[in-house]
Design a protein around this ligand. Structure first.
Ligand SMILES: [Zn+2]
Length: 280
């Protein structure tokens, strides 16, 4: 079976059935970026407890299902308009970024695309640059071309090493410019019904090549699929993409991106724990 890395997935919102489906489909390592929890947080401590959870409990949970789980830590864009909270959380986020399971800063970026979000974005981009760590950037789900302009403005100001950036949530609207005007790895997140589906992802890869593209399933609170990435691989095969492309999507590209963190040492040979059913 092909060994797969899922580079962007929110397992916090998923069940153990999802871990089992992922393992059975060949996924052996994953990265969970920090995200929005369904309601806006009111306290910095709520962020810190969440960071602690996805850095410690989630890797323990996933290991039981044979998947090595890593984490990306950040203040997410959807809550970035609360500047007091942004500053309070970013003043204390350092120890979580330095945690052994944290392989990147992320997701940072934009939701409504405004100056408050830009402040949170650039402050974190600077912190990642100081730590020389990889970054996952979230392009907004609406007005993507405008959002890309704001990301480029942030790059001009902070001058990060773009090879260490995974610029995610591209579609046909942004992928050409993202590849041409940045040195970032460019992400496609694939969902079952909304946003990008496997057929569109396959067409984008056919047109633009696979050299700097990373595909993920994202899988969050909405209708999403923890094995979307596997479905993209099936679609690529059906569409006649070469084996080299499939291997880059499944493993080589996400592995190359995260290997820029010295903490990325995925154990690909974990086996699910045996489940012992007790007799009543
Ligand atoms: Zn995400």
């Amino acid at each position: 079976m092909r060994t797969i890395i899922e580079p962007h997935i929110h397992m916090y919102s998923r069940t153990t059935d999802d871990y089992q489906a992922m393992y059975n489909a060949g996924i052996r390592a994953c990265v969970e970026p920090s995200f929005w929890l369904g309601s806006h947080r009111r306290y910095a401590g709520t962020f810190f407890d969440y960071f602690e959870n996805i850095l410690t409990f989630e890797p323990t949970r996933s290991e039981r299902f044979g998947i090595d789980h890593f984490t990306a830590i950040a203040y997410n864009p959807k809550e970035a308009e609360n500047k007091t909270l942004v500053d309070e959380v970013l003043d204390g986020i350092g120890e979580y970024l330095d945690h052994p399971r944290c392989v990147a800063m992320g997701e940072i970026g934009f939701n409504n695309i405004n100056e408050a979000e830009y402040y949170c974005f650039t402050r974190q981009l600077r912190m990642a640059k100081e730590r020389d760590m990889p970054v996952i950037i979230h392009i907004s789900h609406y007005n993507k071309p405008t959002c890309l302009e704001w990301v480029l403005r942030g790059f001009d100001e902070v001058q990060p090493d773009q090879k260490k950036i995974y610029l995610d949530h591209n579609t046909e609207d942004t992928i050409e410019r993202a590849l041409a005007e940045t040195d970032c790895w460019c992400g496609l997140t694939v969902y079952p019904i909304s946003k990008l589906d496997p057929m569109r992802a396959s067409a984008i890869i056919k047109k633009h090549g696979i050299d700097r593209i990373i595909v993920s399933g994202s899988a969050d609170w909405g209708i999403s699929d923890p094995v979307s990435l596997v479905k993209v691989l099936e679609q690529l095969k059906a569409d006649g993409h070469p084996e080299e492309t499939l291997q880059k999507v499944a493993f080589d590209n996400p592995n190359a991106f995260y290997s820029q963190s010295p903490k990325w040492k995925p154990r690909l040979d974990l086996v699910p724990w045996k489940i012992e059913l007790r007799q009543p």
